[in-house]
Design a protein around this ligand. Sequence first.
Ligand SMILES: Cc1cc2nc3c(=O)[nH]c(=O)nc-3n(C[C@H](O)[C@H](O)[C@H](O)COP(=O)(O)OP(=O)(O)OC[C@H]3O[C@@H](n4cnc5c(N)ncnc54)[C@H](O)[C@@H]3O)c2cc1C
Length: 383
Amino acid sequence: MNRRNFFLKAGVVGALAATEGLQSCVTGPKLYGDKSFYINRGFTAIPKLKLSSDRIIKETVGLRPFRISGPRMEKEMLGSKTIVHNYGHGGSGWSLSWGTGNQARELVKTTPYKEVALLGCGTVGIATATLLQESGFKVTIYTKDVPPNVTSNLATGTWSPSSRVCDRESATPEFEARWQDATRFSFRRMQMMLGMNDIVAWGDEYQVRKNAPSGTRRAGGSEVFHLKGLAPEWRELGKKDHPFNADYVRRRSNMIFNIPSYLNFHLNNFMIRGGKVEIKEIKTPEDIDALEQKVVVNCMGLGAGQVFNDKEVFPISGQLACLVPQTEVNYKLATDGAYFITRKDGIYLGGTGKENSWDTNPDRAETEKWVSILSDLMKEMKG
Ligand SMILES: Cc1cc2nc3c(=O)[nH]c(=O)nc-3n(C[C@H](O)[C@H](O)[C@H](O)COP(=O)(O)OP(=O)(O)OC[C@H]3O[C@@H](n4cnc5c(N)ncnc54)[C@H](O)[C@@H]3O)c2cc1C
């Protein structure tokens, strides 16, 4: 192609891009001024986050219900009741909710009863109640609080099925097999929610480090297990494929849960199908014995540890700070000391993981630190 033909051809492509509004496209070369052809700048551009303290609209601290040997999934008799336990999901309750909900449903099916009392109305309780309804059970949820006043509302909301799911040293091979089964079930179920008002969506996720990590240990911090072949794997990017001032950048696609609309959607569906929700605090096992149903599914998260005096359960607190939503920013990013995730209801900066901390007061200094780390990263970013 001679030089004249090249520019003519580039002009056609550029004009098409302009009419389709592609100037603001987040990837690919940039279209300059009124010149109707692209100049390749040698990197893939992504939109920048607007960061300043006055854009913070809320700060929260949630308590992850961590259980040393992993979420409790078993059946036990308590007086005249059959209890099915489904609690203690740590930092992976959103991701595993359908999978462990399915395992709880299988245990309920081994009883002769068709009416179920379900304790708790977080993401685990709502998923489990939905699955039970789908199998023909009549379900009543008894709960101290409903969304948005539950821990599940204070989560980041990303696919992370093995994040703080157990203590690796204490986990048995049986638990890992159960985790794999739950992870596969949840993953399949999440794909069925795509396109439903964006309650679940896929997006890009970046990991950015100034210096390449040494040795072979490159997996993300709090992930306990990894199941290959389910979600897309991380891919390292070369300098020309990203705009960051960093030696080590990798990217993958990951799922995001738009928490407020997700919980609202599933709770509404539960009610439409005839499910009932009763506000009730369970203080002792005797309160459970007094319920009318013979089979009771326990999805009380951290609260279950207290009612059943389970010494394996303790909180791992996590603070988040929410920035004003920015619709053009649609990726997740983690760097040393801070991360952010973009949801419909805002851009969430995090994150902490303090073991055995029951303190739910946000620490402003922590938020300022994330704003500063991410501001520096954005300032140094090309584009
Ligand atoms: C900062 C942070 C980030 C996170 N990010 C992610 C993530 O990206 N992906 C992911 O998969 N997970 C994540 N998690 C973990 C996830 O949020 C939890 O594992 C999940 O919310 C647990 O759900 P749950 O339904 O068991 O508990 P909860 O949401 O706490 O629900 C428990 C329910 O039981 C009720 N209850 C409690 N005690 C009693 C009682 N005594 N009587 C009656 N009812 C009671 C409560 O009112 C509530 O309705 C994160 C958590 C935090 C804190």
